[in-house]
Every structure is written in C-alpha cells, then in structure tokens.
Design a protein around this ligand. Structure first.
Ligand SMILES: O=P(O)(O)OC[C@H]1O[C@H](OP(=O)(O)OP(=O)(O)O)[C@H](O)[C@@H]1O
Ligand SMILES: O=C(O)c1cc(=O)[nH]c(=O)[nH]1
Length: 175
C-alpha cells in the first residue's frame, strides 16, 4: 500500500479531528490525529502492522519497543505478526510495584526497533530511543505511523537517529 493510500485509510477511519487541541508538548493545534481510532480497528491496524513488518528485518531486530500508551497496540500487533518480542516504555516514573519504566525485556546488545503511532516534535520517540540505549539496547530503527510534518524528522536527525514514517500530513493526506 502506498503512503498516500494509507493516509487516506487513516483519514477515512475518522482519526483526523479538527478543533482546538492541546498536544503533549503543551502547544495548541487546530487538528488532532486520534491514534486510538485507527489502532482499535482491526482491519486498519492489521494493514499498518503489515506495513511496519515489511520495513523490519526479523533477523536483524530482537525486540520491538514503543512508548505507552499510544504505541502499545501497535507494538503488540507487530510483535505478534513478526514473532519478535515486545517491550513497552512508560513515560514518567512508576512509584509502585517494580517501579520499572521498561516493561518487557531489553538486554544489553539487543537490536531494537522503536515504534510510535504519531510524531509531532518527536520528543516521545526520542526519549524512548534514549532510554533503550541507556539500558544497553541498540536502536536500529525508528518508525512512526503518522508524522505530523512538524519537525520530528529533523529533530531526530539532529540527535543522530533516522525516523521513518508510513504516512505524513501535508504530503500523503491533508487536514
Ligand atoms: O512527537 P511528540 O511531540 O512527542 O508527540 C507525539 C506523542 O504524543 C502522543 O502521546 P500522548 O501524549 O497523547 O500520550 P498517550 O500515548 O498516552 O495517549 C502520541 O501518541 C505520541 O506518543
Ligand atoms: O502531539 C501530540 O500529542 C499528538 C498529536 C496528534 O495528532 N495525535 C496524538 O495522539 N498526539
């Protein structure tokens, strides 16, 4: 499926909303992509999963990782399809139980694909990648489903990583 076809599918799912929204970096925007709309529809999630699995070399990746909560359905679906173990990164501290920010297993030297649902600034996927590296994982790929075309690719490149996206606002579909 082309990036444009995927963009149209996401649009048609009803995930693109117009109005006033506050984003995770605190900024205000006049549209929002509700990832839970496309992630909770099995027909769409399965197409997205196939697209991501196509971009991952199963022999080169030991674990697929993503930030909670948004990337959890995505990471789980890709993990099941590609038969690669999953791990989830908690954004913020957990003060009970194991107090772990990383759920699942990422061992030193493991090759990691970091997945994200939507990128705006890219801060969340970058924080995820850096945490993976802090615990000894090797970040091999960063993939987002929808890039809002708001600087994430450049920001992430400046930090020494490369962000791939499946579809991009303003290029593959308009809001
Ligand atoms: O590229 P960024 O500027 O970091 O923004 C994108 C992040 O924000 C959203 O998560 P949100 O804060 O809505 O949390 P959630 O995943 O728990 O719903 C989205 O799912 C990404 O993780
Ligand atoms: O930047 C965000 O927080 C954000 C933007 C968006 O379009 N969708 C989303 O889930 N989060």
């Amino acid at each position: 499926m082309s990036d444009t076809e995927l963009g149209t599918l996401i649009e048609d799912s009803g995930a693109v909303m117009t109005g006033k929204f506050k984003l995770s970096d605190g900024s205000l925007t006049d549209y929002y992509i509700d990832k839970y709309v496309f992630e909770t529809k099995p027909d769409i999630l399965s197409i997205i999963t196939d697209e991501i699995v196509d971009q991952i070399d199963e022999d080169e990746i030991d674990v697929v990782v993503g930030p909670a909560l948004g990337a959890v359905p995505l990471v789980t679906a890709v993990s099941l399809e590609a038969r690669i173990p999953a791990a989830y990164i908690r954004m913020g501290e957990k003060h009970r139980g194991t107090q772990a920010r990383v759920e699942g297993t990422i061992e030193k030297g493991m090759r990691v694909a970091v997945l994200e649902d939507v990128t705006s600034t890219g801060n969340t996927i970058l924080e995820t990648a850096k945490l993976v590296e802090e615990i000894g994982g090797l970040v091999e790929q960063l993939i987002t489903v929808v890039d809002r075309n708001a600087g994430a690719v450049e920001h992430i490149r400046d930090e020494g990583y490369e962000l791939d996206f499946l579809t991009r606002v303003g290029e593959d579909f308009q809001v």
